[in-house]
Design a protein around this ligand. Structure first.
Ligand code: V47
Length: 360
């Protein structure tokens, strides 16, 4: 029998206390939306004031050919299948050249796990990107891509990460985490490997000096308890290494994928999850409301539920969410729109670089 009340939890949070799994679940299930907003907002104000961080970025998605076969994915294709793409290094360099002089500070590179590409191939790609855009930070490759490309070359994780760093890798994005529970992973993404693989890659990245992000794909077959366990695994790793900059809760989008029949969770569940994430992850500085997935309206509301980062200007360069049914089929943020949406929600937009250094 656990002795938890909303009043006691609120006091604990106000005093800066850390919540247990049972306390977080109780708040998730029984806290009103307005209480969650208020508690998460207090935490975010303590950490980030009224700032909302964004960056000027674009995505490079080399291929959607992927050895994994995740039931939630609308993006992956087999080699030669209709709708597949596989850009040559020269085509990717051409895409980078379009951003020379465009004031971009970050390129986010992710794609499918291509069966025949190893870490040497991607190291050469990073080198090419840095030659064209020397001042741009490269945030690249999910833990799942890294694990495969490094093993394919017969290197240890440490050797592979060091090679990528030497060739221009600056940070690692948070994708591929899905839900860190092996039973759920077996049903959702059976070929992606256990939770331990994702955690091991991020731990090695942190120990090698790379900053990383973490995601959680929620709103499919998992329960709220699974989400809490996922958050606490991240909190534990962050206690050990301090290497995570941001956490990104990704709402499952149901169009054009095998899992689609189950539909999607409501905007209210997204906001509740945003707030619980802010409260659970007391040691991760930023919670990102990723607008290409949420849509701009729900992104704005998320700012009232603990989120302090909205990712970037994107410039219509990512397809993962539009292929899964996101409302912005050509995601772009102009300066004026960004300032208006953040300002209307009562916050101050602050341009940052990949490492959350503020740019004037
Ligand atoms: O790992 C795939 C998710 C992730 C669907 O680190 C889906 O700054 C919802 O990780 N519905 C890749 N989600 C994207 C990602 C990311 C995005 C933005 C910023 C950062 C960062 C990282 O997208 C995958 C998977 O969890 N995803 N399909 C879908 N149908």
């Amino acid at each position: 029998m656990i002795d938890i009340t909303i009043g006691r939890l609120s006091e604990k949070i106000n005093a800066g206390g850390r919540l247990s799994a049972d306390e977080l679940l109780y708040l998730y299930d029984h806290g009103s939306l307005s209480l969650l907003a208020s508690l998460a907002h207090q935490r975010r104000e303590r950490l980030n004031g009224r700032k909302v961080f964004f960056n000027r970025n674009f995505h490079l998605e080399p291929t959607n050919i992927c050895i994994n076969d995740c039931v939630f994915c609308s993006y992956r294709r087999n080699e030669g299948e209709e709708g597949s793409w596989d850009y040559s290094p020269e085509e990717l360099m051409e895409q980078c050249r379009a951003y020379v002089g465009a004031n971009i500070t970050e390129v986010h590179i992710v794609g499918g796990v291509h069966p025949s590409r190893d870490v040497y191939y991607y190291a050469a790609l990073l080198q090419g990107v840095k030659k064209i855009l020397p001042h741009v930070h490269i945030k690249a490759f999910t833990a799942i891509e890294l694990d495969y490309m490094i093993r394919k070359a017969g290197l240890s994780l440490e050797e592979g990460l060091a090679l990528l760093r030497q060739n221009g890798l600056d940070a690692v994005p948070g994708g591929g985490a899905e839900i860190l529970d092996d039973d759920i992973r077996r049903q959702l993404c059976p070929k992606k490997g256990p939770s331990a693989t994702w955690l091991k890659v991020h731990e090695a990245a942190h120990r090698s000096g790379l900053r990383t992000n973490a995601t959680m794909l929620f709103g499919h077959i998992e329960t709220r308890r699974h989400r809490i366990r996922h958050l606490l695994l991240l909190r534990d790793l962050q206690d050990a290494t301090g290497g995570f900059d941001a956490f990104i809760p990704l709402k499952y989008k149901s169009r054009h994928n095998e899992l689609g029949g189950i539909g999607e969770v409501s905007g209210m569940e997204v906001l509740r999850t945003m707030a619980i994430s802010r409260l659970a992850l007391d040691n991760i500085p930023h919670i990102k409301a990723y607008w290409p997935m949420l849509g701009k309206g729900l992104m704005q509301l998320s700012l009232l539920f603990g989120a302090d980062d909205i990712d970037g200007t994107i410039n219509d360069s990512t397809k993962i969410y539009s292929m899964a049914g996101a409302e912005d089929t050509h995601p772009v943020f102009t300066d004026a729109e960004l300032s208006r949406l953040v300002g209307d929600a009562g916050f101050i937009p602050v341009e940052r670089n990949t490492f959350y250094e503020e740019l004037l």
